[in-house]
Structures are given as structure tokens and as C-alpha cells.
Design a protein around this ligand. Structure first.
Ligand code: NAP
Length: 306
């Protein structure tokens, strides 16, 4: 039996594993069949402290993996198919085999939704991004597009307007979904233009983004827009499918936590983007992994006493 099972291998999962092992807890990391989380899809990371010359996302994750491995966890590169948090110890099934632990840290993250265009996949990290905070700086004094009409899109557009030359928001309807205050802020910003009733059909460029083809859904007319970045801000999907009915989720599917990392089940903790839709940064996810691990350690100690 394990003390702690960590599910997920992004910044939160690796950090939770490092802290758990270093606290002397027997730890299983279920890293998933596709390990490393969202940073595996990123190129230069300039805002993770300790890397003055920037670091590539996959390299950062490989370093985190090696660092976690150094402290001796068992690691499974497979997906969790089932959990049972009613049983004590908790049960986590991976590749048909049940594993037991006294505490669990869920760090399965969230995925940005994408438009699903082949050109978008090809140019991801080469001008196509889903995170203005992460990548906005690379577009200093350049023109960019933001796709979407919700809160995230308005926040991204407003954030980018402070850095870039101009922002064009492309939204598929003539009405924004975002809250009034965020709409007003974006609509009033002289550096933000809006193209309504339109979708991005194709992102242009061979090795980096040079523009986008836009289609007006009402008239069917297509046009090209020159720009150097496309920020897709059409929402996120937390990876919580297997936890439905096992821990409390909010309407959007994020794990509900109180006192930082505690879920609705005592002894089950959540860390990173799977619970945090506000910050979504590698550094905040790593910090969250640390907190969840310390909370799990404390839970185990307190449980042993009683
Ligand atoms: P969202 O509210 O679901 O909005 C997604 C936007 O993208 C919508 O405008 C939608 O268009 C558009 N969209 C979806 N799929 C598309 C596609 N395939 N092609 C083109 N456009 C597409 O997502 P979100 O903005 O990420 O917000 C998620 C949740 O987090 C919300 O509850 C939001 O309030 C919250 N949030 C809050 C804040 C804040 O309060 N500061 C900041 C960020 C997020 P339609 O409008 O036509 O559906």
C-alpha cells in the first residue's frame, strides 16, 4: 500500500511527488500515457523562475520528471481508469490493477479547447497560443488575433493590448458572452478591434504565423488578415471525467476545493489547473502541488494519531 498516490504529471503532479517522497511518504505517481501536461505543447518558457535564458516547455517537464524520479517514487506511465474514494484506503485502478493509498493528490490539469484546424496544430508554439500571460511578451509591438467572446477572450485581449501593437478579436456571433465589466473594458480599449459573426478558417504561415483567413458566417465572405499571433481563447476543459460522482465538481467540471487543496473527500486533494481556472500558470500549479502534498502528509499524520 502507498501513503500517497499522485495522479497527473504536469507541474503540479511532479511537484507533489517531489514533496511527498521527500517527506518520507511511499508514493506512486500515475503519470498518464501522455505525460508532462500542457507545457509539453509549449515552446519557450520565460516566466518559470530559475531559467534566465528561458527553457523549452518539454525540457522543463523532463527536468521535473528527473527531479521527481530522483526521490524514488513508483511511476506508472498509464492512465487511471477508475477511482474508489469511498473505500479506505482509497483505490485507484491503473491498467486493470488496483492500487491503494491513504491519501490521493489529483493533478490531472485542464486542456485548452482548440479550433481543430490542421494549421492551428502545425503552428502551435510558432505563433498559435492559448495563453496570453505565457506568450504575450513574444508579440511585443506586433499584431495578434484573439478568438472567442467569453471572459477568457476579453481578459486575454485586454492583457495583450498592453504589450502588442493591435489586437483583433474574432467572434462567431455579434454578441459577446463575457461579463459586462470585461466586455466594457475590451470594447473601450482603442487597441482592440472586433470582427463579428466570423470564424478563423485557416491560420496562415509555414514556419510561423503570418496571418489568418477569416470567414463571415452571415455573408459567407472570406478575407485574409495579416498578423503574427493567434490566441485561441474559447474555453478550457478540466480533465475530471473519471472523478465525476467521486469528488464534488463545479458546473464547468473543475474540482471544488476549500482551504486551498481539500476536495469534498477528506484525504483526497487537488492541485493545479484541475481546480484552478484563475491563474493556470506552471509556477502556480507547481506551488499548488507542493501545498497538496503537504496537506496529504498532514492528513496521514493526523489520521495515524486517531
Ligand atoms: P466560455 O465562457 O465558454 O466562452 C467561450 C467563448 O468561445 C464563447 O464566446 C464561445 O462562443 C466561443 N467559442 C467556443 N467554441 C468556439 C469555436 N469552436 N469557435 C469559435 N468560438 C468558439 O469560456 P471562457 O471564456 O474560458 O470562460 C470559462 C468560465 O470561466 C466562465 O464561467 C467564465 O465566466 C470564467 N472566467 C471568469 C473570468 C473572470 O471572471 N475574470 C476570467 C476567465 C474565465 P459563443 O459565445 O458563441 O458560445
Amino acid at each position: 500500500m502507498y501513503d500517497v498516490i499522485v495522479i497527473g504529471s504536469g507541474a503540479a503532479g511532479y511537484t507533489a511527488t517531489i514533496y511527498s517522497c521527500r517527506a518520507g511518504r511511499r508514493t506512486l505517481l500515475v503519470a498518464g500515457s501522455v505525460s508532462g501536461g500542457q507545457l509539453m505543447l509549449t515552446s519557450d518558457v520565460e516566466n518559470f523562475p530559475g531559467f534566465p535564458e528561458a527553457v523549452l516547455g518539454p525540457e522543463l517537464m523532463e527536468r521535473m520528471r528527473k527531479q521527481a524520479q530522483r526521490f524514488g517514487p513508483d511511476i506508472l506511465y498509464d492512465d487511471v481508469s477508475q477511482v474508489d474514494f469511498r473505500s479506505k484506503p482509497f483505490e485507484v485502478t491503473v491498467a486493470g490493477k488496483k492500487h491503494q493509498a491513504r491519501a490521493v493528490v489529483i493533478a490531472t490539469g485542464a486542456n485548452a479547447k482548440w479550433l481543430g484546424l490542421p494549421s492551428e496544430t502545425r503552428l502551435r508554439g510558432k505563433g498559435v497560443s492559448s495563453c496570453a500571460t505565457c506568450d504575450g511578451f513574444f508579440f511585443k509591438e506586433k499584431d495578434v488575433i484573439v478568438v472567442g467572446g467569453g471572459d477568457t477572450a476579453m481578459e486575454e485581449a485586454t492583457f495583450l493590448a498592453n504589450i502588442v501593437r493591435g489586437v483583433t478579436v474574432v467572434h462567431r456571433r455579434e454578441k459577446l458572452r463575457a461579463s459586462q465589466i470585461l466586455q466594457d473594458r475590451a470594447l473601450k480599449n482603442p487597441k482592440i478591434n472586433f470582427i463579428w459573426d466570423s470564424v478563423v478558417n485557416e491560420i496562415l504561415g509555414d514556419t510561423k504565423v503570418t496571418g489568418a483567413r477569416i470567414k463571415n458566417l452571415k455573408t459567407g465572405k472570406e478575407s485574409s488578415l495579416k498578423n503574427e499571433g493567434v490566441f485561441v481563447a474559447i474555453g478550457y476543459e478540466p480533465n475530471t471525467e473519471i472523478f465525476k460522482g467521486h469528488v464534488e465538481l463545479d458546473r464547468a467540471g473543475y474540482i471544488v476545493t476549500k482551504r486551498e487543496t481539500e476536495t469534498s473527500i477528506p484525504g483526497v486533494f487537488a492541485a493545479g489547473d484541475v481546480r484552478d481556472f484563475r491563474y493556470r500558470q506552471a509556477v502556480t500549479a507547481a506551488a499548488d502541488g507542493c501545498k497538496a502534498s503537504m496537506d496529504a502528509d498532514r492528513f496521514i499524520s493526523e489520521h495515524q494519531k486517531s
